[in-house]
Design a protein around this ligand. Structure first.
Ligand SMILES: [Fe+2]
Length: 302
């Protein structure tokens, strides 16, 4: 059952980083992603048979550069771009170099009220059968393919503006809401969670919190709970800082922990996220970020 959003999935993340070599070591040996296409100042990472799900660009920013939203067909992409322009959004067609760096066939982009770039594309490149994804450390692989790359939680400067833009202009569908303390006695996080047609519980969530950074965390999901435990063991052995210990979220039902990436923002590593069927879904408001666990191991950024 296709969902209500015209967008199929969140297909890729682009992050600006300050230390590409450190990120490569982290991505391969801790996360278990595979290296894809490498350029002098960028690195593509794979988690499935797409040629690229993450693009890391060495620009010193340690921040979000862009999110790539996938459409199933060219007419669906073109119709969406027309709708955005009709709503007064400035949508730019990408040049050939940018399109090829994303490993897609056709690409447009626009900025949201926070200045974050959203890219819209169709026809991603997939690898040859002989190069199918396999990771020496994540034996049972990642949950990606039609559900997309994962999710991202961003901190908006003005939550009302950003949420209006995501709902009314970009046509993301609300999954649910959580308003609760990040840790007991800590700052309150007020978050709205969004899915698109393929139904991963959320592809993006917008939080308002008294913290300075743009990205709270990105999330990678694996097929086997044991691969979450093994990732935690790898973090501890390599002394990768753990932001929050193992725990369970009430809304997407994800069992996960949070580690710190070389860029400072967190990566949630999880298993068991639910898939939304828009015809049988009730939007609710939760008052706790976690049912159990997710114990804060480091002070939240202030
Ligand atoms: Fe998450």
């Amino acid at each position: 059952m296709a969902g209500y959003s015209p967008i199929s999935s969140l297909g890729y993340f682009i992050f600006g980083v300050s230390d590409l070599a450190k990120w490569e070591d982290f991505a391969v040996n801790i996360l278990g992603t595979q290296v894809g296409i490498r350029n002098s100042d960028s690195l593509g990472l794979r988690i499935d048979d797409y040629e690229q799900r993450f693009l890391l660009v060495e620009d010193g920013s340690d921040d979000l550069q862009a999110l790539g939203w996938e459409f199933d067909t060219e007419p669906q992409l073109e119709a969406y771009v027309e709708k955005l322009r009709g709503r007064g959004v400035e949508v730019t067609a990408a040049d050939e170099v940018t399109t090829s760096l994303r490993r897609v066939d056709k690409l447009y982009s626009c900025l949201d009220p926070d200045g974050w770039r959203h890219e819209f594309y169709y026809s991603p490149s997939v690898v040859a059968l002989s190069k199918r994804f396999s990771s020496p450390v994540v034996a049972n692989g990642f949950v990606a393919n039609e559900l997309g790359a994962g999710h991202l939680v961003v901190i908006a400067k003005d939550g009302v503006k950003t949420n209006n833009f995501y709902q009314q202009t970009l046509e993301f569908t609300v999954s649910d809401y959580i308003k609760g303390e990040i840790a007991p006695g800590g700052p309150v996080l007020d978050a709205t969670f969004y899915h698109v047609a393929s139904g991963r519980h959320h592809s993006i969530a917008v939080a308002e919190a008294p913290i300075p950074q743009n990205i709270d965390h990105m999330m990678l999901q694996v097929n086997d709970l044991n691969d979450v435990g093994l990732a935690l063991d790898r973090c501890m052995a390599a002394e990768v800082p753990i932001r929050m210990g193992m725990g369970h979220h009430p809304n997407d039902q994800m069992t996960s922990f949070y580690m710190q990436t070389p860029s400072g923002f967190a990566c949630e590593f999880g298993w068991g996220g639910v898939i939304v069927d828009d015809d049988n879904w009730e939007v609710v408001r939760y008052s706790e970020l976690s049912d159990w666990g997710h114990k804060m191991m480091m002070s939240p950024p202030m």
